[in-house]
Design a protein around this ligand. Sequence first.
Ligand code: HEM
Length: 253
Amino acid sequence: MTVEYIRYRVPEDRHDTFEAAYTRAAACLRAAPQCVDYELARCEEEPSCHILRITWTSVHDHLEGFRKSENFALFFAEIRPYVPYIEEMRHYRPTAVHGQGGSIPTLYEWAGGAEALERLTERFYEHVVTDDLLKPLFAHMNSDHPRYVAMWLSEVFGGPSRYTDERGGYPHMLSKHLGRAIGEPQRRRWVSLLLDAADEVGLPGDPEFRAAFAGYIEWGTRLAVENSRPGADPIRQAPVPHWGWGVAPPYLP
Ligand code: HEM
């Protein structure tokens, strides 16, 4: 991935036509398989300055793919009059320094924090151990298991990294599923009991939270089935995944 920054200084009387040209040219970026995303921003302090940020799949894909494509010809036809106003046009490699600020609560905070997730897993495993399909799998479960799964969920949903720091992180979680041969009916039951438990312990019921929560559970359980297949050889080292709100951000009045 590479990020191209193009800095413009456009004369006052050409701003409207400049932004209109980019509004049309953007259709070519949306159509380009080499383009990840883009954004044109105008400077608050010095309104004659604009910065266009385009994330490309790679420098090579940009220069050898997009630049040689029909999309580029159409794109360039729109923005050609503004090329003399370019002050910088370069590719930048993203570093490890990136993230989200605190303006949007994490799923962990929205759910009610560690306590709420512990209530959830406690109730869930009370059902699991009496369930005809699931109880054989959990026959030798440690009494701390619900707490460990709550720690995992907390970390996934943006809470403290306790599962990584205290419990062996992703490799440990994975090792617990390897070779278990979890079947689709068991996965379905696991999902259904967890969603029931979410209602029973009063996790937030708003559509946005529940969509994100159920999305993770669906993803995670399908991975658990894959990884538990006899003979499966999944990647052993990976960070604990971080799950966010997805396309429906929290409703904040
Ligand atoms: C989103 C889906 C899932 C998550 C987040 C999850 C999470 C975990 C975690 C964190 C552990 C290890 C706990 C520890 O540190 O000891 C674990 C163990 C285990 N999981 Fe899952 N799991 C998921 C899906 C499933 C499914 C679908 C099944 C079976 C139907 C399953 C069966 C088991 C079993 C049998 C263990 C070992 C329990 C023991 O220690 O005896 N998991 N799971």
